[in-house]
Design a binder for this molecule. Structure first.
Ligand SMILES: Nc1ncnc2c1ncn2[C@@H]1O[C@H](COP(=O)(O)OP(=O)(O)O)[C@@H](O)[C@H]1O
Ligand SMILES: [Mg+2]
Length: 357
């Protein structure tokens, strides 16, 4: 029997997920046909799949594109790498076409919580899980007031309420040179007066969360869950340039507890950081595969492969759990910048540029 999984547009790790599934199927002597699609010509991703498609840029065409594709190619499992809210809103229509849909969540409610870093911290606290102490800042005046009378001891930091890739994260330092932000932007340190002056000059105020700066270390835990039940997870402890792969520990357990409370469904990522007492607290969760999910293959646990096998009915819950716990071997990885050839032509394209389903 042939099994078909379709990975729709995701982060750059969509490529690692495709390769993870193909490798796992090959090792386990199963045939899984992988379809991949993206709105943009991401040929370095699309070329790794068995078949590729171009997603419509126009949102009004997305649903019919999905339904037509699922029916035409008899797709069994569909994975949404982005736009999960939209997919949750259309879950019933999509699944009625005969496919299982994975959005990372079991419903729109938890996606909305994960997307708002202040709401997320509140929700975790309500469920007795430690999260970074967080104050929502909705105006420049509020920011000014809190900088003058800090709600936390130690140094403060901010990040946008909604965000990705660490963009907009800044740590305040009263001793920072006004030029620090230009000369060493990667340190993410800014004098609070310089930040306030810049914010005052902006057209509008981007809502922020204000937090105490946590010393770390930071953990990023990639989790495979089904309806809030954790089946497999791999943590990455980040120490400088190195990442230590692990499958136990306090941060790991906290991340798994968070995934349960968030009713995670599919491949998700939870991030923690140690506070000044050495205890991990939750920073955020992303209800989608992380950019670094591919790194976890180096510890012997192929999370994308396990995801596909579970979703396609090739493995039971117990088999996934057993496989993840018995294949794990600790490993240390380092991310490097690399280049790969970008195929100018795709040879696996089903729609050849125009959608003719
Ligand atoms: N309170 C904090 N203390 C120290 N570092 C933090 C804190 N909050 C965020 N960071 C740093 O900023 C990065 C980005 O924050 P995060 O909450 O993961 O948002 P996103 O990844 O969505 O931009 C984190 O990986 C971490 O290194
Ligand atoms: Mg993050």
């Amino acid at each position: 029997m042939e099994y078909k999984v379709w990975l729709m547009e995701g982060l750059s790790s969509q490529r690692d997920i495709i390769q993870g599934i193909k490798n796992f199927a090959h090792e386990n002597k199963k045939t899984i046909t992988v379809f991949a699609s993206h709105r943009d010509p991401r040929n370095e991703i699309l070329s790794c799949a068995d078949h590729s498609l171009t997603e419509p840029k126009d949102l009004s065409e997305r649903l019919s594109f999905i339904l037509d594709t699922v029916r035409k190619w008899r797709i069994n499992a569909l994975h949404a790498g982005k736009n999960s809210q939209w997919f949750e809103e259309h879950r019933l229509q999509i699944e009625a076409a005969g496919v299982t849909l994975t959005t990372g969540a079991s419903g729109a409610e938890h996606l909305a919580i994960a997307d708002d870093k202040a709401a997320f911290a509140d929700y975790m606290t309500q469920h007795d899980l430690p999260a970074v102490p967080t104050v929502r800042i909705s105006s420049l005046a509020e920011l000014q007031a809190h900088i003058s009378a800090p709600p936390f001891s130690g140094s403060l930091c901010v990040k946008p309420v909604t965000g990705i890739y660490g963009m907009g994260f800044w740590r305040f330092d009263n001793h920072a040179s006004p030029m620090a932000v230009f000369n060493n932007p990667e340190k993410r340190v800014v004098h609070p007066e310089a930040y306030l002056a810049a914010a005052a000059g902006a057209e509008s105020f981007t809502p922020l969360v204000l937090m105490p700066y946590l010393p770390g270390p930071e953990h990023s835990v990639d989790i495979l869950a089904t309806q809030g039940e954790v089946l497999a997870a791999i943590g990455r402890r980040k120490e400088g340039a190195l990442q230590y792969l692990e499958n136990s520990g306090e941060a790991f357990d906290l991340a798994c507890a968070c995934a349960r409370v968030m009713k995670a469904d599919g491949l998700v990522n939870v991030q923690t950081r140690h506070d000044h007492t050495g205890k991990p607290v939750l920073l955020e969760t992303n209800m989608r595969p992380s950019g670094g999910i591919g790194y976890t293959r180096h510890c012997g646990v192929n999370l994308p492969g396990l995801f596909a096998f579970y979703q396609l009915g090739l493995m039971t819950k117990n088999e996934v759990m057993y496989s993840a716990s018995t294949s794990f071997a600790p490993a240390v990885v380092r991310s490097i910048t690399d280049v790969i050839p970008w195929p100018a032509q795709l040879t696996n394209q089903l729609d050849k540029g125009e959608r003719c389903l």
